[in-house]
Design a protein around this ligand. Structure first.
Ligand code: BGC
Length: 760
């Protein structure tokens, strides 16, 4: 089909529909275009046939993504002229259809737009923040949450989400720790893949799916000191062993898009990092998706001190491998001149455009560019709300329980207090652009439903940073009338997330003081935390009788927490991050190196026990803080239940395997308590001697097993030797023969190891 034909077809359809008049209530019909002429052909062929027809301006247009400004003459004109490839942040389906109409019916080639949005942990029905979803240690929770997100957001016209974030985060000061799956590359890989599967489904052309975007490529979570956007120090061992595996897993799972990160590694900002974007991602991993810049990240190579000016930044981005320009205004302004001067070749441009068109074909946008307005805005269905509640239930971590929990509705008076008890906005956490407060159910509402008039509500503090002494006095006075105090503390949504790093990660405001004063009443105090990060709350946990820790739980946080507190649901979440005693322990993670002087805890002397004028070496010369010791307050993988579990000794199918072999590991786990419960059984290894020193433990598997009271179950893992590969002294990822320790344990700090070896 030649271009005249296409134009003729366009004219015919324009006459049929009426120029520029996108039908309001009904999705317009899709005209016959070059794309429909190629229906049924493989995507690559469709891309090729389309690209042959495109002018340079049209090609550049496909590489440009702008933020939404609604439907207006300027935007409509740019779309008609083929100058826009994608829009983010348009969320009204009728507007989406009107804009799409300009692209499909009124641009020369009729290439549809792809509409994008940050749908990070739900669109309208909000699920727990990703860190909370990781605490479920159940990939089904992530998959289902992502599927629901895709269904809701696509019903508003969004077919591309900027999620999942798979940045490993080992510094809780970094506000964006909330958005990822924690400190561990294995857990993050499993959860990242589940998110990709949930968003994309098994057929991305279905109109209720979204393209996933694995971000931020790469190393963003290692921002120095947890300060957002900061430089990183990432050597190749850390890069290949820790930073990249979740991205590789996402690429292998078929993630349609990636986003590059803001940070530099070794002085090279990701938007200009050819090694990452091309050599590793495309050449080594064979990924063929679309790489979008982060918002303005190419431009930011100028303040980084890496690009001289806008033209230079565009050149660096294009050559490094950024296909789409998100709000940099570089490709639209600079790319044409760079092609004309020969600095960027037409082959470079075609490769970039191919990646964009491939996405649009994969999404089926040429066939189904419009939102079906008859089924638009599918939000808050009972099934979606149920899924969000279950996710919040599975994500809660019981840190302590002296027996006060669960609290039965047995006539006791319950004081519900604290700034997070009825925080419809804040319990949803960061990245909730589309959340509607009115749909959020708080713990106060849910507890009132269960305990009725036995609930006494006195917030004390009205927001997490509140320091009101009078407020605390009111809560303390109310406690006199109560049998049990449930105090909801934490962080407001705005205290975590992008650009919200904190140097102090304790409870803000006067919340700790409030807990102390409540405890001084002599009444039992249950602390419920809702937060965006692992906080330094060891003292508060020690002080109070029970602590239920929730990363911001979302729309259904209230019913979920009420079900957990009252025992309808048994807590089963485990920490996806280590929790520090003091912020100075950051960065903190279990998979650390041993050092040449590992800490001998048996001889630990802490600051208040050091005698006056003690000798310099009297505390031992090993690696620990004299004030914080060497351990976290709560280790990675930790979480309690209303029942108890005991672990037998793991048995191995063999105590040796070859570098291409595998072993099975079986461990009996028993529910020794009186009620059913789910336990996250974790498999760790340590490579005892390596050509580079290896971490003291690394997670290699986990299974969440639900056990009846008294039940013993053999939990079995397959451990392939390939899972033991690391970036060796030969500067490649490979398995080294040698001896290993192996644990099957309830967290990263317990268990007794057995040994095995990998032979030549
Ligand atoms: C964030 C990305 C996000 C983008 C678009 C940036 O500031 O770093 O994660 O997807 O904005 O909103």
């Amino acid at each position: 089909m030649n271009i005249n034909k296409i134009i003729a077809l366009a004219v015919t359809s324009l006459l049929a529909v009426g120029a520029g008049a996108a039908p309001k209530k009904k999705a317009p019909k899709v005209r016959k275009s070059i794309a429909s002429a190629t229906v049924g052909l493989p995507v690559e062929q469709r891309v090729d046939s389309l690209i042959k027809l495109m002018t340079l301006d049209e090609k550049i247009g496909q590489l440009v993504q702008y933020t939404g400004t609604g439907y207006n003459p300027d935007r409509a004109g740019a779309i008609k002229a083929g100058k826009v490839g994608s829009l983010l942040n348009e969320i009204d389906p009728e507007t989406v259809n009107k804009l799409q109409y300009e692209a499909v019916e009124n641009s020369r080639l009729g290439i549809p737009l792809v509409f994008a949005r940050d749908v990070i942990h739900g669109f309208k029905t909000i699920f727990p923040i990703p860190l909370g979803q990781a605490a479920s240690w159940n990939p089904d929770v992530v998959r289902e949450g992502s599927r629901v997100s895709a269904d809701e957001a696509s019903s508003a016209g969004i077919r591309w989400t900027f999620s999942p974030m798979v940045d490993i985060a080992r510094d809780a000061r970094w506000g964006r720790i909330a958005e990822g799956y924690g400190e561990d590359p294995y857990l993050t890989s499993v959860m990242g893949v589940a998110a990709v599967e949930g968003y994309q489904g098994d057929d991305l052309t279905r109109t209720n799916t979204m393209a996933a975007c694995v971000k931020h490529f790469a190393g963003y979570g290692f921002a120095e000191g947890g300060r957002d956007y900061n430089t990183t120090w990432i050597n190749d061992g850390l890069l290949y062993d820790v930073v990249l595996p979740p991205f590789k897993a996402g690429a292998d799972a078929g993630a349609a898009t990636f986003m590059c990160s803001f940070n530099d590694i070794d002085g090279i900002p990701s938007s200009g990092n050819r090694r990452l974007l091309r050599d590793i991602l495309r050449d080594q991993w064979g990924w063929d998706g679309l790489m979008v810049s982060d918002w303005g990240s190419m431009n930011q190579m100028i303040p980084h001190g890496f690009a001289k000016d806008a033209k230079d930044a565009a050149l660096l981005g294009a050559l490094a491998g950024v296909d789409m320009d998100m709000e940099n205004h570089l490709y639209d302004n600079e790319l044409k001149a760079l092609v004309e001067s020969g600095q960027v070749t037409m082959e470079d441009i075609d490769a970039m455009v191919r990646n964009v068109l491939r996405l649009k074909f994969r999404l089926g946008l040429f066939e189904n560019p419009y939102v079906d307005l008859k089924t638009a805005n599918r939000f808050y269905t009972p099934a979606n709300l149920d899924a969000a509640r279950r996710a919040a239930e599975e994500s809660a971590i019981l840190l302590k329980n002296n027996g006060i929990l669960p609290v039965a509705a047995d006539g006791r008076k319950i004081l519900v207090t604290g700034p997070m008890a009825d925080a419809q906005h804040d319990q949803n956490g960061t990245w909730c652009f589309d959340m509607e407060k009115a749909h959020t159910v708080t713990p106060l509402t849910s507890l009132r439903e269960i305990f009725g008039n036995n609930v006494i509500y006195e917030p004390g503090l009205t927001f997490s940073r509140d320091t009101s002494a009078e407020g605390i006095s009111r809560a303390v006075a109310a406690a006199e009338k109560a049998d049990v105090i449930i105090c909801f503390v934490g962080e407001e949504a705005v205290l975590s997330g992008e650009a919200h790093s904190r140097a102090d990660i304790s409870l803000p405001g006067a919340q700790s003081d409030m807990l102390r004063q409540l405890k001084a009443t002599g009444k039992p105090v249950v602390t419920v935390v809702m937060t965006g990060r692992p906080m330094t709350i060891a003292d508060e946990v020690a002080l109070t009788d029970a602590t239920l820790y929730n990363f911001h739980p979302g729309t259904m946080g209230g019913p979920a927490i009420a079900n957990l507190l009252t025992g309808k649901v048994n807590p089963s979440g485990k920490l996806p991050v280590s929790m520090a005693k003091m912020v100075g322990q950051m960065p903190l993670y279990y998979a650390r190196k041993a050092t040449g002087r590992p800490h001998n805890e048996a001889n630990e002397v802490l600051i208040n026990d050091i005698p006056l004028e003690a000798a310099q070496t009297s505390t031992g010369c090993d690696s620990y803080y004299i004030d914080a010791g060497d351990r976290p307050a709560f280790p990675f993988g930790f979480g309690l239940s209303y029942t108890n579990f005991s672990y037998g000794s793991p048995t191995l199918s063999s105590d040796r395997m070859t570098a291409d072999g595998s072993i099975t590991v079986t461990c009996p786990v028993t529910n020794t308590g009186k009620r059913e419960g789910a336990e996250v059984v974790q498999l760790y290894v340590r490579d005892l001697v390596g050509s580079r020193a290896r971490p003291v433990r690394e997670l290699k598997g986990f299974e969440k097993a639900t056990l009846a009271p008294g039940e013993t179950r053999d939990v079995t893992f397959t451990l392939p030797a390939s899972a033991l590969a690391f970036y060796t002294i030969n500067n490649r990822t490979e398995v080294e023969p040698g001896d290993f320790n192996l644990w099957v344990s309830p967290d990263a700090a317990s268990g007794t190891p057995v040994t095995f070896s990998v032979t030549e």
